[in-house]
Design a protein around this ligand. Structure first.
Ligand SMILES: C[S@@+](CC[C@H](N)C(=O)[O-])C[C@H]1O[C@@H](n2cnc3c(N)ncnc32)[C@H](O)[C@@H]1O
Length: 234
């Protein structure tokens, strides 16, 4: 991705062209950093919001839901988790709300800025403050960061699945994410780096029926209604 101007708390309005698509970053009247993509018709600007009903519903699923079990929270609620594909931070925040200490790693600078903004607001809101204190955000390529990930209990990976045109239309957020990042064609290497890191548990979220990441057979898989979690143990 071409170098972008810095995006931080002082950013009020910025128009960016990424991969040929125009994106508008705007600070709204409530001080939230929002993103809009005019090429996606009918999609309003949005900010990442971990207090949203969608995220709160995920949290209500508790430590017995597959996401939590995949990283081992049912056995160790305060596990340290390296989320190597932070994206919109929904899975990472859910894990933090369920007790985990979560490092959110995101390489895309626009998403990293949106995540930092969501984190700042989450720290200020009573509903989300406690979980937000267990989150740390790094703007970095996880394939490189994973070399230093030894201290974690688990690594969580949810790379974007290639758009094969066969799946249901993604949500507006996922569509913007896809256009911003171009997908995660190098995701196989992320699993290689995660398994080489020495961390005992690597959990990979995959669409149901998708092949294993990197054709690597997991030690176990958990099949859900919307996704599958492949677990690699050391
Ligand atoms: C499908 S999204 C993850 C969604 C996320 N689980 C959530 O709950 O919102 C994948 C994200 O991983 C990021 N990503 C992919 N490979 C990465 C890498 N090597 N290092 C850091 N971030 C990466 C992409 O930029 C994208 O934002």
């Amino acid at each position: 991705m071409a170098a972008l101007p810095p995006i931080d708390d002082a950013t009020e309005a910025l128009d960016l062209t990424v991969r040929g698509f125009l994106f508008h970053l705007r600070r709204d009247s409530e001080g939230r950093l929002t993103i809009a993509a005019p090429h996606l018709e009918g999609y309003a600007a949005f900010a990442l919001d971990w207090s949203s009903p969608d995220v709160q519903r995920r949290i209500a699923g508790g430590r017995k839901q597959l996401l939590a079990k995949a990283v081992g929270l049912h056995k160790k609620p305060a596990a340290t988790v390296f989320d190597g594909t932070a994206g919109l931070g929904r899975d990472g925040f859910t894990l933090a709300a369920l007790g985990a200490e979560v490092t959110l790693a995101e390489r895309n600078p626009v998403l990293a800025a949106l995540l930092r903004d969501a984190h700042r607001r989450a720290l200020a809101l009573p509903l989300t403050r406690d979980a937000a204190t267990r989150i740390r955000i790094i703007e970095h390529d996880s394939a490189a960061s994973l070399a230093a990930a030894q201290g974690f209990d688990a690594i969580y990976l949810d790379p974007m699945y290639p758009d094969d045109g066969k799946r249901a239309l993604p949500s507006k957020e996922m569509q913007i994410l896809r256009d911003l990042t171009g997908g995660d064609a190098d995701a196989d290497a992320l699993l290689v780096a995660a398994r080489a890191s020495g961390v005992g548990r690597v959990a990979v979220k995959r669409p149901s029926k998708a092949p294993w990441l990197g054709q690597e057979k997991p030690n176990l898989s958990m099949e859900g209604t919307q996704a599958r979690f492949d677990i690699y143990l050391r």
